[in-house]
Design a protein around this ligand. Structure first.
Ligand SMILES: Cc1cc2nc3c(=O)[nH]c(=O)nc-3n(C[C@H](O)[C@H](O)[C@H](O)COP(=O)(O)O)c2cc1C
Length: 524
């Protein structure tokens, strides 16, 4: 294999959208030949999960508080899976019908597959199960002859089917798989917190992760779309649990269905970058010294809506009204949630922040329209100040949060242009560009490229849920003109090994719903 660092940097460079040309993708789409939305495992024993959502009495602002852990059971795990990976509604327009899930996904294509590994849970067979969102069931994929003596344990594993995204988005698709992965991990963390569980990353090698999830079993995947192993996490009934590893398997069952019988394109750079970015998880761990948690608790949450309801009703806005002004308290709470300590997500991902929000504020009470930065670490504040152009003033814009005005500006048109001319960026109350510390972490470990996208996806998910809880709505924006953003921010343009690169956009506003769509229940 060629140098994984060079492969990773080259993939990122060639999948940039430019004002004058988009990254390579299909010339046309046959919407009637979309890959199947759900992968079924034929021949795997199926267990239906209870469909009730539990923990419905906890208001959104209480979600962060520690609570007694629920016992692991089909009911509690079924409840959690509904809230992080399940279907939340079906939408219908004319003859078309599609499902929405607890987490957003680029193009609603949902490349991420969820796996559950259970040991010693009453009422649930031990082993590796594929979570089937379609009917909220488990398909038992692997097990061992003899149960290993030990404590009850639950792990969640994730794999990506890149073709689901590549079908529509071509070469840039692997970026979207990784952004989605970040949303998925954050969604899991919130759903777990509601049940009194915390989520811990399990440090396995990429080969071990693939083996535990069975996605390395080439013969099983012969002739069907491959799955790329992403990560395994453990569910802990308390904040300080151990990090035990899931077992290896002796027995396997089931065959994955083919999703797309007539793929019209092939994007080999996706396999190349997937291989190049296989690697270990970050090993640093931050002491939770940030004042964000305290700030957040002071910042009024306007919502007493149940957390489970917030999660189930979450949607991405397809359009914003372009006039509503966001109350200052809501704005501050959204920002605080993105800082270390400001969300349960940052206990699951306790690593030095490497992705930093830069905001284009259009309509926020008490905040002058303009360009703002929210560096998520002291080091990033110092470094961004030094790297960005001198004309940025870095005027403190909050008494507690590290929010700085870089320049006053009416920037709606700029926001729209930078986000592939999408109105959601200009009609929002504010839009975000997530800027990643890029070259240094990738030089140290090319897998950091995935992790930067995960971190950006997690940040997006914090915004999504906090906005929903406050009666606002967010939308992830994967389509942006990379180097045009760098130019506006005075960052390096066109360098493969740039110090900083933009990895994701986001916008928040008051949604305008499409009245033509009918909403149907998730599981009738
Ligand atoms: C990584 C990512 C990128 C996205 N990019 C865009 C985008 O560029 N424009 C847009 O309108 N929506 C975008 N979305 C929103 C999706 O279209 C939306 O999540 C999907 O249609 C499912 O709808 P839901 O979030 O309401 O469940 C993105 C979502 C994610 C997670």
């Amino acid at each position: 294999m060629t140098d994984p660092i060079a492969t990773t940097l080259a993939y990122h460079a060639r999948t940039k959208h430019h004002l004058e040309r988009y990254a390579k993708g299909p010339a046309g789409l046959d919407w009637d030949a979309q890959p199947a939305a759900f992968r079924h495992w034929i021949g795997a024993a199926k267990q239906a999960l209870p469909r009730d959502v539990e923990m419905t009495g906890i208001a959104w602002p209480q979600l962060d508080q520690t609570r007694p852990p629920q016992d692991f059971s089909p009911a509690s795990l079924g409840s959690m899976l509904r809230l992080c990976a399940g279907i939340t509604a079906w939408k219908q327009y004319g003859p078309s019908r599609w499902s929405l899930r607890a987490h957003p996904s680029s193009g609603n294509l949902h490349p991420t597959e969820t796996w559950l590994i259970s040991a010693g849970v009453p009422g649930l067979a031990d082993g590796l199960h594929h979570y089937q969102a379609f009917d909220h069931s488990l398909e038992r994929r692997a097990w061992n002859d003899t149960a290993e003596p030990g404590e009850t344990a639950i792990w969640l594993g994730y794999s990506s089917i890149a073709w689901r995204e590549a079908w529509k988005y071509g070469e840039r698709a692997f970026r979207y798989c990784q952004l989605d992965m970040g949303h998925v991990l954050a969604a899991l963390t919130y759903a777990a917190a509601l049940h009194g569980w915390s989520v811990r990353l399990v440090n396995l090698s990429p080969a071990e992760t693939a083996a535990r999830l069975g996605v390395d079993r080439a013969a099983d995947f012969a002739g069907v779309e491959a799955e790329e192993a992403e990560v395994i996490v453990s569910l802990q009934p308390n904040q300080t649990g151990t990090k035990a590893q899931p077992p290896a398997w002796t027995h396997w069952a089931g065959q994955p269905i083919l999703l797309d019988p007539k793929p019209m394109y092939d994007w080999p750079v996706i396999e190349e970058v997937a291989l190049a970015t296989r690697g270990g998880l970050p090993s640093d761990s931050l002491a939770d010294a940030s004042p964000a948690a305290q700030v957040k608790s002071q910042v009024v949450s306007l919502s007493e809506t149940a957390a489970s309801q917030v999660i189930l009703q979450r949607r991405s806005a397809q359009a914003f009204d372009g006039v509503s002004v966001m109350p200052h308290a809501v704005f501050r709470r959204l920002l605080a949630a993105m800082l270390p300590g400001g969300s349960p997500v940052w206990r699951m991902w306790p690593h030095a922040p490497r992705v930093h929000p830069v905001l284009l504020v259009h309509r926020v009470e008490g905040i002058k329209p303009g360009l703002y930065a929210l560096p998520r670490s002291e080091a990033a504040l110092a470094d961004l100040k030094q790297t960005m152009p001198d004309l940025f003033t870095w005027t403190p814009a909050d008494i507690e949060l590290p929010l700085f005005q870089l320049m006053a500006a009416k920037a709606e048109r700029t926001a729209r242009t930078l986000s592939c001319h999408q109105d959601i960026a200009s009609h929002s109350a504010f839009a975000v560009m997530f800027i990643a510390e890029f070259d240094a972490p990738i030089q140290a470990n090319p897998a950091a490229w995935r992790h930067l996208h995960w971190e950006a996806g997690m940040l997006g998910h914090c915004l999504t849920l906090e906005a929903e809880a406050a009666g606002w709505r967010g939308t992830g924006i994967g389509c942006f003109f990379d180097d045009a953003v760098h130019e506006v921010l005075g960052l390096e343009v066109g360098e493969e090994n740039a110090h900083y690169q933009v990895v994701y956009h986001f916008a928040i506003g008051i949604p305008v719903d499409d009245a033509r769509l009918t909403t149907l229940p998730a599981y009738a």
